[in-house]
Design a protein around this ligand. Structure first.
Ligand SMILES: Cc1ncc(C[n+]2csc(CCOP(=O)(O)OP(=O)(O)O)c2C)c(N)n1
Ligand SMILES: [Mg+2]
Length: 801
């Protein structure tokens, strides 16, 4: 082996393999050429947008050397060199993503759903079951919001801690080898200003998890220089207080230059060892990086960088510095390296052309089929030939060009006899089915373990079933989950020692240990990230958000990362996290929220469960633990001390999701509701009966999925009238339910009265019981609303109150 001698930090002589150095140079050049050509593809109109990893190559090559099978990455759009280096990205795949190739084999990260530079490996087989993650190099699926990759990084690292310390899960070899895996994070310098970054860094230090966070510092965030982003202009400088010392745990912090080949090698070697062996988090601030082509294809950096800065970037380009290094160390001559560069150029060009051919070829076939069908329409009109020829001439056609033309031709054929259009229409319908799979599949799990496949089991009671507080039902349920599923663990603010603020986990930490029932700090966003990361690694976390109102802190992570995970990877990844929270009736501007519309609008892709009591909640948890989908369960805040009968099969019974329950049968009007409002509506029903009005009350139980069998419409066939009521704002979840039933279930045709909603006031509820009474629907409000509807129908029988 030919070697280059260098001095390592600990003064031992370290050798760098010459062959390896040349391979690294080739890889750096390949990645750089991909960036340069990628930008051109966008400017030629072959791709819509491009963002590239040029200027960050050498640090990523150093990082990749220490990334082992079983490790995980959570990073951002600059990491192409790293992905190439670990062998989880090909140049064809890189260009396939740039073009938005919808074939998962060509573009395994997202099947064309994610912008270029958004990396992911496939954790799942095509049937949605887990692969052998401990034998693979894994990248969680990137997301665009800066720093939003951080919360989940914490969870990916936290799982290693659990796998190392919790003996009961060490048999899960598919997911971990005794917790020896490191989670590697990357983030841009400007993005470290985000709250998510600081929250994650703090939590990682508290938890002492094996994560290595690299900050790629190129001095800018788009056009804005570091002095606007970071106090003292340096993230490592201001994080100094996190540095561990002999007495206190913390971080190991390194600073290294993005072009310093030996420095990078040493730093990543040390970082990997510290994180992997000691389970100590590490921060690497990689300074003096560059952006040879500026931020993205959206503009030129000459607009905001000075001439001096631009020439500094040219001189300090990490690949140029690497070249100089190799020449100085006599690893290669300039000619050798120029030849490698040339070869890299040819290699990338060929791969790019092959990716384009594969991408454009598929569309071309579709275009040709459409052109032929339109041209040969058995119509006397010549305009179709013309339209077909126009379509055929499209430069760099996309699918939209083809489908839009076909649809318009079908419009034109509307009055023609059926025989003329059948073939074209059939072709169009087949294409739309294929396009449905290409662009709209996998919002929810499509595996055997999807929630709709979980067999329900009815709740059972002994004759002498005891009446207990609602919280005790949950406690018995959680006790069973902890005892029967070692993958299950629960964590959140006050969940551990006191067993949550309402004591559903009371006593369970002392029974099952701190790793299973765990207290966390007040950090909703990273509580969710901790759960996502652990769920991505095959565990079954239950993350608790103490009160529903505080979900706002975690909303972005839930919406941008968790809810769209299956969708954005086209079924390549899943994180079946159960998020538990409590909401509805209490008093106060920040303790009474029921912002369900906000949740429904943000969290498509998750299951949204709104149980009316703790028995239903327990039955939902029992269902969810069997399924492989992420869910939010909102328990009723005022229900923990209400009495419920203890089921005899508390560990077994399963409430089906998407199946409403008729709580009371009646003939005059159907009232559709959920959560704490069920009790209010049931009380109103008693009052209304005194007035001669007999209402049917339906608890939807889950808002996503919503009444999958159309049961509510069946009720409307009988009553012909409907009221949707909840505690959300007007036009919130009540409007959602109305749309689902009136439009979705076509219930409009069964109505004899206007469909109505009754929601809370538009403002937040004022404090105290009176604040609640005047802000949210009360028994009196429900009675009067329904009475008014009946009075309109029969004013003689129901005179105005
Ligand atoms: C939350 C959020 N805000 C704004 C943006 C738009 N944006 C994309 S990249 C970027 C700059 C990021 O700079 P930095 O973190 O230094 O990474 P770099 O691109 O320089 O590698 C901005 C503002 C975004 N994607 N997400
Ligand atoms: Mg930057």
């Amino acid at each position: 082996m030919t070697v280059v001698a260098t001095l390592s930090k600990n003064k031992n002589l370290k050798v760098l393999d010459k062959e390896q150095l040349l391979k690294d140079y080739r890889l750096a050049q390949v990645s750089r050429q991909a960036s340069l050509m990628g930008r051109k593809e966008v400017f030629m109109g072959k791709a819509k947008f491009g963002i590239f990893g040029d200027g960050k190559e050498m640090a990523q090559i150093a990082m990749a050397k220490h990334f082992k099978a079983g490790d995980f990455r959570s990073g951002y759009y600059r990491d192409q060199t790293f992905m190439l280096a670990i062998g989880e990205l090909t140049i064809e795949g890189y260009f396939a993503q740039l073009y938005a190739h919808t074939d998962v084999k060509a573009e395994p990260a997202s099947a064309g759903r994610l912008m270029n530079g958004h990396f992911a490996t496939r954790f799942l087989h095509d049937d949605g079951t887990w692969k052998e993650l401990s034998a693979m190099k894994n990248s969680s699926a990137d997301i665009s919001p800066t720093a939003a990759q951080m919360p989940k990084l914490l969870g990916l690292a936290y799982a290693s801690k659990l796998f190392r310390q919790n003996k009961e899960i060490q048999h899960l070899k598919q997911f971990s080898n005794h917790g020896n895996e490191v989670a590697w994070g990357t983030i841009g310098n400007a993005s470290t200003s985000e709250g998510m970054f600081f929250e994650t860094i703090n939590a990682g230090g508290v938890l002492q998890v094996p994560m290595v966070v690299s900050v790629w510092d190129d001095g800018y965030g788009i056009s804005v220089p570091n002095e606007y982003h970071t106090t003292k202009g340096s993230i490592s400088e201001i994080l100094r207080g996190f540095q561990r010392n002999d007495d206190q745990a913390g971080y190991e912090i390194f600073v290294v230059k993005g072009w310093d080949i030996e420095g990078l090698d040493r730093t990543y070697e040390n970082a990997a060892r510290i994180a992997r062996e000691e389970h100590v988090p590490v921060l690497i601030h990689v300074i003096e990086m560059t952006q040879p082509q500026g931020h993205s294809t959206s503009g030129s950096h000459e607009r905001y960088k000075s001439k001096e800065r631009l020439s500094w970037e040219l001189e300090n380009d990490c690949i140029l510095k690497f070249k100089e290094y190799l020449i100085n160390k006599e690893v290669a001559t300039e000619e050798d390296l120029d030849r490698i560069e040339k070869e890299a150029k040819t290699f990338v060009k060929e791969a790019k052309e092959s990716a384009w051919k594969a991408f454009a070829g598929g569309i071309k076939t579709e275009l040709e089929e459409a052109v032929s069908l339109i041209k040969n329409l058995p119509s006397t009109s010549t305009k179709f030939v013309q339209i077909a020829e126009e379509l055929n001439k499209t430069l760099n056609p996309i699918r939209k060009d083809v489908i839009s033309t076909v649809r318009r031709v079908l419009w034109m054929l509307r009055s023609e006899p059926e025989s003329i259009k059948t073939e074209l229409r059939t072709w169009y319908q087949n294409q739309q089915a294929i396009n449905e799979d290409r662009y709209s599949s996998h919002l929810y799990s499509q595996s055997e373990d999807r929630v709709g496949n979980i067999q329900p089991i009815a709740v059972e009671y002994a004759d002498d079933a005891s009446l207990v507080d609602g919280r005790e039902i949950l406690q018995a349920c959680f006790d069973n989950l902890l005892a029967t599923d070692p993958r299950f663990f629960a964590f959140g603010e006050d969940v551990g020692k006191i067993g949550d603020v309402n004591q559903a986990f009371a006593g369970l930490q002392s029974k099952f240990g701190e790793l299973r029932v765990t207290d966390t700090s007040i950090r909703e966003c990273t509580i969710i990230g901790q759960g996502i990361g652990a769920a991505l690694r095959g565990l079954r976390p239950m993350a608790e958000i103490q009160y529903l109102d505080y979900l706002y802190y975690a909303l972005m992570t839930l919406a941008d990362d968790l809810a769209c995970l299956q969708y954005r990877t086209k079924g390549g990844q899943k994180a079946p996290l159960i998020v538990r929270t409590r909401g509805h009736r209490l008093e106060g501007v920040w303790h009474a929220g029921s912002p369900i519309g906000m949740i429904l609008n943000s969290l498509r892709g998750m299951l949204i469960c709104v149980p009316r009591d703790m028995t239903q909640a327990a039955g939902m948890y029992n269902t969810l633990i069997k399924a492989d989908e992420p869910a939010l369960v909102i328990e009723c805040l005022n229900g923990y001390r209400l009495k419920e009968k203890m089921p005899s099969n508390i560990g077994e019974f399963r409430v089906p999701l998407g199946k409403p329950e008729v709580l009371r049968e009646g003939n005059d009007i159907t009232v559709v509701t959920y959560g704490s409002m069920c009790r209010i509506v049931m009380s109103a029903a008693e009052e209304l009966l005194q007035m001669g009005i007999d209402i049917e009350v339906i608890d939807v139980q889950t808002l996503l999925p919503f009444d999958t069998d159309g049961m509510i419409a069946e009720s409307l066939k009988k009553t012909n009238r409907v009221l949707f009521t909840d505690e959300d704002l007007p036009g919130g979840a009540s409007a959602f339910m109305m749309q689902q039933v009136i439009e979705g279930q076509k219930a409009f045709y069964y109505l004899d009265s206007e469909p109505a909603t009754l929601a809370g006031k538009a403002h937040r509820p004022a404090y105290s019981s009176d604040g609640d009474y005047f802000s949210k629907p009360s028994v009196e409000d429900v009675v009067e609303k329904i009475y008014e509807m009946m009075s309109e129908v029969d004013p003689i029988r129901f005179p105005e109150i």
